[in-house]
Design a protein around this ligand. Structure first.
Ligand SMILES: Cc1ncc(COP(=O)(O)O)c(C=O)c1O
Length: 439
């Protein structure tokens, strides 16, 4: 069945159903979305989302910057601007990127509406139906939604604790080429990966760029978390090694606040020109107001100190998560990130994180099932836990509840093993369980 066929088959309550473009078939609500609506209730400890802890940013810093912008440049802030972004901010973005070894020209920076929009624009420029995007497996959910909405296929390349495995990348490239398909780019999150939490080693950065060059594959380096390290910085960005074959994406969402919706792409010159045209076609210009406020903030506030503050907050939360996992769930395995927001957990083989989620939400804890991060339905044995938003105390409560859920699920499996009635058992348990302990 084509994407469109499956779309048309799904829902006849929508009178416009048969009118949608084929590519709209790639835009599907996540299967766990409804559950997440429940999971956002205050009594649920959510280890599912990826929301930065913006309360760690003193509001006066932003209010001061907004106030000065409006008094001194109000007419500019309220007006349309350049499709490439405010020149002064593009210069300041160079300073931010220099922290990860990147040297560039402000002329090659395009400001976008969050790095999410840069992902959309790059996809729009490069992807035809049937093209292949290589990406780590697992990978960032909403990037894959975009790739699929351009009717591209996502081919996952495995990782280990040092990130994407170069040998596996070689094999996948060979296989895709042998199948007569076109690889348009490698999408990678080398530092403090979402969702895996791992970081690509320096040696592998060099090797992967070499493989990409040999095979004429563009690298799309997505780096929202690189500056949020704990004990030691991540290796320098891949873009610091190679200029011509890398489109680099950055954002102020995690180092300042996502509400501004300001990110950027740094691209080789020819691609940059097309990105500006695509940006103009999509939004005319990114928000002048947001860009000027961020520019003023960078000029007047101790922004590096603020990033340090965020690091401290997330480091403490990561430690709370790891020590709680060690205490309550020592039989599981997990990644121990040195930065970013996420821990990737591997469950015992017989557990299914997606099937277990309703029970977890009933026990007032939420996580994201591993299946969300694979285009091919893999990941049943994994879950992503985020430590960015809940307090350390709540993280401990959440992991304790998760341990109850996992033990309950394992008990069920033991009890019903071989009887074929596990689903019935799960349902039974779901509805007859005593009220969860909310303490
Ligand atoms: C890997 C990755 N890329 C891109 C984004 C989009 O960020 P934004 O559009 O806020 O810059 C996110 C957000 O969580 C992310 O985790």
């Amino acid at each position: 069945m084509t994407e469109q066929g499956s779309l048309q088959a799904g829902n006849n309550l929508d009178p416009w159903y048969s009118h949608y473009a084929e590519r709209a078939g790639g835009l599907r609500a996540s299967e766990v979305r409804a559950l997440f609506a429940v999971a956002s209730r205050p009594e649920v400890v959510s280890l599912a989302g990826g929301m930065p802890f913006v309360a760690a940013l003193p509001q006066e810093l932003v209010i001061g910057a907004m106030d000065r912008v409006m008094r001194e440049q109000g007419a500019v802030a309220l007006q349309y601007g350049s499709g490439q972004g405010v020149p002064e901010l593009r210069e300041q973005i160079l300073e931010v990127m220099a922290l990860e070894g990147i040297s560039a020209n402000a002329d090659d920076v395009v400001v976008t509406t969050g790095s999410q929009h840069a992902l959309e624009l790059v996809s729009k420029l490069f992807l035809d139906p049937g093209d292949v995007v290589l990406s780590e497996g697992p990978s960032y959910v909403t990037a894959m939604v975009i790739f699929k909405s351009y009717q591209a296929e996502v081919e996952h390349v495995p990782m280990d604790e040092n990130g994407l495995i170069p040998e596996a990348l070689r094999e996948h490239i060979k296989r895709v080429k042998a199948a007569g398909k076109t690889i348009k780019f490698l999408y990678t999150i080398p530092s403090f990966h979402n969702p895996a939490g791992v970081t690509l080693s320096w040696e592998r950065r060099v090797e992967i760029l070499q493989i990409a060059k040999e095979n004429d594959i563009l690298v799309l380096e997505d780096n929202p978390y690189g500056l949020l390290y704990f004990d030691r910085p991540a290796p320098d960005a891949m873009r610091s090694i190679e200029q011509d074959g890398v489109v680099y994406l950055g954002t102020f969402s995690k180092t300042l606040a996502p509400g501004f919706r300001v990110g950027w792409a740094l691209a080789p010159h020819a691609i940059r020109e097309k990105l500006v045209l695509a940006n103009e076609a999509a939004v005319l210009s990114p928000s002048s107001f947001s860009q000027l406020v961020i520019s003023e903030y960078l000029k007047t506030a101790d922004w590096k100190g603020q990033i340090n503050t965020f690091r401290g907050v997330y480091h403490e939360r990561k430690n709370a998560m790891i020590s709680s996992l060690e205490e309550y769930l020592p039989e599981l395995s997990w990644t121990n990130p040195n930065g970013g927001f996420y821990v990737w957990v591997t469950l015992p083989e017989r557990l299914d994180s997606k099937a277990m989620l309703p029970r977890a939400v009933k026990e007032l804890v939420a996580y994201t099932p591993g299946t969300a991060f694979f285009a091919d339905g893999d990941g049943h044995q994994n879950m992503r836990l985020s430590f960015c938003y809940p307090t350390p105390a709540n993280i401990r409560v959440g992991i304790r509840r998760l341990a109850t859920v996992i033990r309950g699920e394992l008990d069920l499996l033991d009890t019903f093993a071989g009887t074929g009635s596990l689903d019935a058992a799960r349902d039974n348990r779901r509805f007859s369980a005593p009220p969860p302990n909310i303490s």
